[in-house]
Design a protein around this ligand. Structure first.
Ligand code: AMP
Ligand code: ZN
Length: 132
């Protein structure tokens, strides 16, 4: 088995506050929450980035996200849900996961980027639409 903290959570070798589970995925509360209800959705299969996610699994995860959002709205009175999924840079745990972060008025959630290296958006568009 992979030496992976999220695989250990799946196999209950380390504890988690699990709020949803089925054959394919697990959802548990983030140990360092940004807001109340901050949760992580993970596939039970050890994969690392979005490149390895099969379409069928993604569709299933979408359904689970919608169900979690509904539950959070009903039980936590959330006012929004921010969905973040890091690949590579910014990805601390190398087991694919989707952050489901409930939003509340004045929760202070803010992403601060270093904008010094920004180039013109027109140049970016050229790069991303040019055919090889
Ligand atoms: P990322 O930076 O996208 O890889 O996010 C990893 C997330 O996993 C962080 O928000 C951590 O707080 C969370 N995390 C790490 N270990 C645990 C754990 N044992 N139980 C719950 N959440 C965890
Ligand atoms: Zn893993």
């Amino acid at each position: 088995m992979e030496d992976c903290i999220f695989c250990k959570i799946i196999h209950q070798e380390i504890p988690s506050e699990t709020i949803y589970e089925d054959e394919q995925v697990k959802v548990f509360l983030d140990i360092h929450p940004s807001t109340n209800g901050d949760a992580l959705l993970i596939p039970k299969k050890h994969i690392v980035t979005i490149d390895e996610v099969e379409e069928e699994l993604m569709l299933h995860m979408l359904k689970v996200i919608k169900e979690m959002k509904k539950r959070m709205e009903e039980q936590l009175d959330i006012k929004g849900l921010t969905i973040i999924q890091n690949n590579g840079c910014g990805q601390e745990v190398k087991h694919f996961h989707i952050h489901l972060t409930p939003r509340y008025p004045d929760d202070g959630m803010d992403h601060v980027y270093n904008k010094e290296n920004l180039i013109l958006i027109q140049e970016i568009k050229e790069k991303l639409t040019s055919k090889k």
